[in-house]
Design a protein around this ligand. Sequence first.
Ligand SMILES: Nc1nc2c(c(=O)[nH]1)N[C@H]1C(S)=C(S)[C@@H](COP(=O)(O)OP(=O)(O)OC[C@H]3O[C@@H](n4cnc5c(=O)[nH]c(N)nc54)[C@H](O)[C@@H]3O)O[C@H]1N2
Ligand SMILES: Nc1nc2c(c(=O)[nH]1)N[C@H]1C(S)=C(S)[C@@H](COP(=O)(O)OP(=O)(O)OC[C@H]3O[C@@H](n4cnc5c(=O)[nH]c(N)nc54)[C@H](O)[C@@H]3O)O[C@H]1N2
Ligand code: SF4
Ligand SMILES: [Mo]
Length: 766
Amino acid sequence: MPSGGTGAGEDTGPLAGTTTHVRTCPLCEATCGLELAVAHDGSGGGEVVRVRGDRHDVFSAGYLCAKGSAIGRLHADPDRLRQPLIRRGTPDDPQFEAVSWDDAFAEVERLLTAAIDTHGRTATAVYLGNPNVHNPGAALYTRPLVRALGTPNIFSASTVDQMPRHVSSGLMFGHPDAIAVPDLDRTDYLLMLGANPLESNGSLCTAPDFGGRLDAIRARGGRVVVVDPRRTRTAELADEHLFIRPGTDAVFLAGLIRELFATDRVDLAHLDQHVAGLDELESHVAAFTPEHVESVTGIAADTVRRIAVELADAPTAVVYGRIGTTTVAFGTVASWATDVLGVLTGNLDAPGGAMFPLAAHNLPGNGTPGRGFTMGRRRSRVRNHPEVRGEFPVATLAEEITTPGDGQIRALVTVAGNPVLSTPDSDRLASALATLECMVSVDPYLNETTRFAHVVLPPPSALERCHYDLAFTGLSVRNVANFSPALFEPTGPGEHEILARLALIAAGQGAGADPSTIDELVLGTLLGRASAPGAPTAGRDPAELAAMITGTTPVERALDVMVRTGAYGDWFGEVPGGLSLQHLLDHPHGVDLGALQPRIPEVLRTPSGKVELAPDAIVADLARLASLEGPTDGDEALMLIGRRHVRSNNSWMHNVEILVKGRERCTLLMHPDDANHRGLGDGDRAVVRSRVGEVTAPVEVTDTVMPGVVSLPHGWGHDDPHTSLAVAAARPGVNANVLTDAEALDPLSGTSVLNGIPVTVGATNG
Ligand SMILES: Nc1nc2c(c(=O)[nH]1)N[C@H]1C(S)=C(S)[C@@H](COP(=O)(O)OP(=O)(O)OC[C@H]3O[C@@H](n4cnc5c(=O)[nH]c(N)nc54)[C@H](O)[C@@H]3O)O[C@H]1N2
Ligand SMILES: Nc1nc2c(c(=O)[nH]1)N[C@H]1C(S)=C(S)[C@@H](COP(=O)(O)OP(=O)(O)OC[C@H]3O[C@@H](n4cnc5c(=O)[nH]c(N)nc54)[C@H](O)[C@@H]3O)O[C@H]1N2
Ligand code: SF4
Ligand SMILES: [Mo]
C-alpha cells in the first residue's frame, strides 16, 4: 500500500444510487477538496459510499490522502458519541451513562456553578485542542466561552506546537498572526527544517499535494534541502538531506545569518526602507562561526558556508521550519532566524520567498504603525510563567490543578483536545485530572482525556456541519476560499450551540438560557467591521445590513458577514462581484484569489512600522543559545524525537480500522550502532526512560535515524480500559508523552520541548 497521497483516479461518473457532493476536508491543514458519493437515507442522514479527490478543486486538483478517504468512516464510527455522557462513578471506576442534552447541561450547571461559587472563577480553566482550528463553529464560539468563564487559566495545543512562531512574528512584525509561508510554487530554493510534509501534508504552509509541489521545484531547476535528524520520506525526495542533532536548528540558522554578513551577502533589496536593527544584528550572531555550528549541530562547517551561499545566490529562496524547529528549547529563536534569513536575502515578502497570505475573511492593515506585541501581562500561579497570547503553557496545567492555594484549578472545560496523550508528562496530568471537582469535555470520543470528565458533550461530525477554513486560508500558498454546507443533518446541537450554552452556564445564566443571545453577540461583533470608518458600508443602516445576511445556521451567517466584509468581499452590494457566502455556495470547487502578493509595510503592526530584526527578547535568548554545546564523549543518553505518519492525526484517528491496519507503527526507531551497543535487535522490546517516565516499545533498527537519536510517534497509548475506542484499543501503542518533561520549555513562548528529550534505552529485562 502506498501510504502517500493518491490521485483522484478515473472519472467513472456517479455511483448508482448515490449523489455527488464536494467539500473541503477539515482533517489537516492541506484543505483538499473531496468528492463524496453519498447514499442519503431520506431523513437527513446517510452513508458515504466513496471518497475521491475533487479534480475540479481550484487548489487541490484531485489530491487527497488516506485520512480524507476515511472521512465517511470517521462519521460512521460506532464509537463516535451521538449522545452526551454523564460519569456516575469515580475516575477509578467511571460509569458513563448516556443522557439527554437537557440533563447533560443541567449537570454541567450543577457542577460548574458549585465550583465557581466555592472557589471563584480563577479556579476554572479551559484547554482548547487542535481540531478547534479546523472547525469554524468552534473557532467562533470558544471565545465567548472563555470570556464567560472569566479565568486567566487558558491553555491550548499551541504551546505544544506553533507558539514560537507567533512570538517571533509578534516581535518582528508586530502581530502574532503575521506568519509568512513559503511561496512553494514560485521558489527556486527551499531550505526545510523539522518538517515532514510527505507525512503531515504540511503545516503553517497550506499546500495540498505538498510532495507534488516539491517535485515541481526540482523539475523547474530549483533545489530542495531538508534538515532533519531522520531521513524521512520528505528528505528522500529532496536534493540534499542534512542530519542535525535535535534541538540545535537555531544554532545552524544563526550560523547562516553570520555567514551572510561574513561573506558580504546581505542584500535587503525591496525591504531596504522597512527594517530596523540591522546594524546591531551582526554582533549578536558573531559567536556562531561555522566551526561552532558544526560542533553543536553535527552539520559540517563547510556545509554551513555552502548553504549560506546557496541561499543568498539563488534567484529566489525560502527557509521553512516546522515542528522540529518549534517544539524545542530554542523554538522562538529558530522561528525568528528563518524570517531573518528571508529579510537578509531579500526574499521575505517577495514571490518565491516567504509571503503573507490574505484570506477572504481578513482585511489588509491600514498602513499605520501598530501597538506591537506584548507578553507577560499575567503570570502563572505556580511556576510564574508569563502569559503569551493570553495563554499559559499547557505544560503548567497539571501543577495548577494539583498545587493547593488560591486560584488552584478545580474546574476544567476541554474542547477538542486530548492532552493526556498530547502534552508532556501525561501520567502526571492524568492523575491531576482525576482530582477535579468539575470537568466538562466537548468531544466526539470517550478517550484518554474525556474519560476523566464528569460530562462529555459530543459535537456533530465533520459531515454534519458546514466548513470554511478560518485558520488555514490565512496560511495558504495561494489565496483561496471554499465553503461547504453540512452534508448530513446533525443529530444533536451544533458545536457552536454547545459552546454557547456552556458560555451561558459559565456566565451564570443557567442551562435553560437561550443560546441565540450568544449568536447575536458573535454576529454583532463581526458586523462591527461594516460600520468602521472608511469601510465601504460605513454609514449604512446596521439593520439593513443585518437583513441582508444569508445562511441557514448562526455559523453560516457569521461566515457570510466575515467574507462579505473581508478583503475580497461584496460589502453588501457595494463591491459588485465581490465574495459572499452565496458566491462561495455557487462555486463549490472553490474560488481562486490568486498567487500571494507582497504585503509589507501594510502587514506590519510594530510601533516603528518596520520589521524588527533584533527584538530585545530575541537578543537576550541568543546569549543563552550561544552557550548550547555539542554532546560530550561517552554520553549514554539518546535524544528522543517524534514522528508522524500520514494515516494518523495526532491522537484521534486510531479508531478507524483502515487507518491503523498493517504493520505496527508505534515503534522506537534506533540506529544500528546504538542498537548493537545495547544488545537490541529488530523487534526486541526496549524500555525507554526519561527524567519523568518510562515506556516499553518494540525496536525498529534503521539507519534512517542518525546515531544518538531515537524516534517514537506521539498520539498512541490507547490502553486505558475506561475509554470507548474498540479499534484503537486493539493496537494501543505507547504514549510518547509519558517521556516528555513538563519542565522543559522554550522560555519565550512557553512551548514544550517535544523533540530532543534525553532518554536511556535498554532491553526489557536489563
Ligand atoms: N498524518 C498526519 N498529519 C498531520 C498530523 C499528524 O499527526 N499526522 N498533525 C498535524 C499537526 S497538528 C501538525 S502541527 C503538523 C506538523 O507538521 P510537520 O512539522 O511537517 O510534522 P512532523 O512530521 O512532525 O515533522 C517534524 C519533523 O521534524 C523532525 N525533527 C525532530 N526534531 C528535530 C530537530 O531538532 N531539528 C530538525 N531540523 N528536525 C527535527 C522530525 O524527524 C520530523 O521529520 O502536521 C499536521 N498533519
Ligand atoms: N510528543 C509529541 N507530542 C505532541 C506533538 C508531537 O509532535 N510530539 N504534536 C503536538 C501538536 S502539533 C498538537 S497540535 C497537539 C494536539 O493536541 P490535542 O489537540 O490535545 O490532541 P489531538 O490528538 O489532536 O486531540 C483532538 C481531540 O479533539 C477531538 N475532536 C476531533 N474532532 C473534533 C471536533 O470537531 N470537535 C470537537 N469538540 N472535538 C473534536 C478528538 O476526539 C480528540 O479528543 O499534540 C501535540 N503533542
Ligand atoms: S491531506 Fe489533509 S486535507 Fe487533504 S485529504 Fe488528507 S487529511 Fe484531508
Ligand atoms: Mo499541531
